[in-house]
Design a protein around this ligand. Sequence first.
Ligand code: HGY
Ligand code: MN
Ligand code: MN
Ligand code: MN
Length: 404
Amino acid sequence: MSDTFDAMWAGLAPLGRNRATGGYRRYSWTPADADVRAWFTAEAVARDLAVETDRNGNLWAWWGDPGPDAVVTGSHLDSVPDGGAFDGPLGVVSALAAVDELDRRGLRPVRPLAVTVFVEEEGARFGMPCLGSRLLTGAVTPERARGLADADGVTWGRAMADAGFDPQRIGADPERLARVGVFVELHVEQGRALVHRGAPVGVADRVWPHGRWRLDFSGQADHAGTTRLADRNDPMLPFAETVLAVRRAAAEHDAVATVGKAHVAPNGTNAIPSRVRAWLDARAPDEAALRSLVGGVDIAARLAAAEHGVTLASYQESFTPVVDFPGALRDRVAALAGAGAPAPALATGAGHDAGILAAAVPTAMLFVRNPTGISHAPEEHVDLADRHAGVAALADTLADLTGA
Ligand code: HGY
Ligand code: MN
Ligand code: MN
Ligand code: MN
């Protein structure tokens, strides 16, 4: 098992890697995306899995006929800008290695088994996280998806078409979803709970409700050197005050909130900006706290904008309700994944395709220990032994669920 995982990892790791930072830039419908899709297809075909791309651009590799009540496992291959190596790919490589492990044990699934790769999980290029799984489940309309645009104004529809797929076909896929009996996603832990528990593998209990909001602060561009302070409508000032308000609101709600992305126009050193576009990522233990946090930020942003003669327009770009994974399945997977005692159950603030699919099918998640606890950055890590422990836990889970 360890050799097949390691060999696959060696083939995938260089694809889409930014040598300057050691992070990854694997964005949907780009050449790096085409490379990782080709890598996945080759690895799946080498295992005699039947590979197909669904109407939304998600990849499915089937062991056995794509029949009903299938056991499906997988994750994503796209990344955040300069993300780590494991967020997504660990789940995909582990799924293929788990197929190898079942084969090595001489097991054959009684239920169909599929390995999936969901497109645009991070929303790094088009702004909507878990877009592939949201389209599959009907959680986002095809019209909304086709209109999503990247920083250069290239729409999802255009980028998908340029990659050779028909954007007019995207949308809910109830027939395909009906084939999924259960979905299991293995993922690197994005935190240090497993380090503190001394466990290589855990299971997911809850995904916190979370969302993304866009704040457009519009003022008046002007000369940096000749415009008196009293004559300025500088959007950078309410933007700066709002970033501090975000931090205060998160602390007040025992939540987390981040402004990690902002575009300044025209972005000139000697020009007072005309507009600052900023994105808020907010996550809280429950929806009431999340709504209160975001409401507080909105009020603070509006007051700051008014004080500086700046207008504010805000938009909710995505929202994911709280996900409580079904207890019986969680406990069954925890028992299979644990060594002597059930694997620890963890709540997380990170969103996953499993969190979207959970609205439609029984779903479970496995987490694998990350000694740095850091994610969405090159320092993300999983030790070799824990990678293999994750594969073994997933193989045991798949053997149990497929009746192999
Ligand atoms: O942002 C998230 O929680 C996930 O990594 N998409
Ligand atoms: Mn991520
Ligand atoms: Mn992920
Ligand atoms: Mn000049």
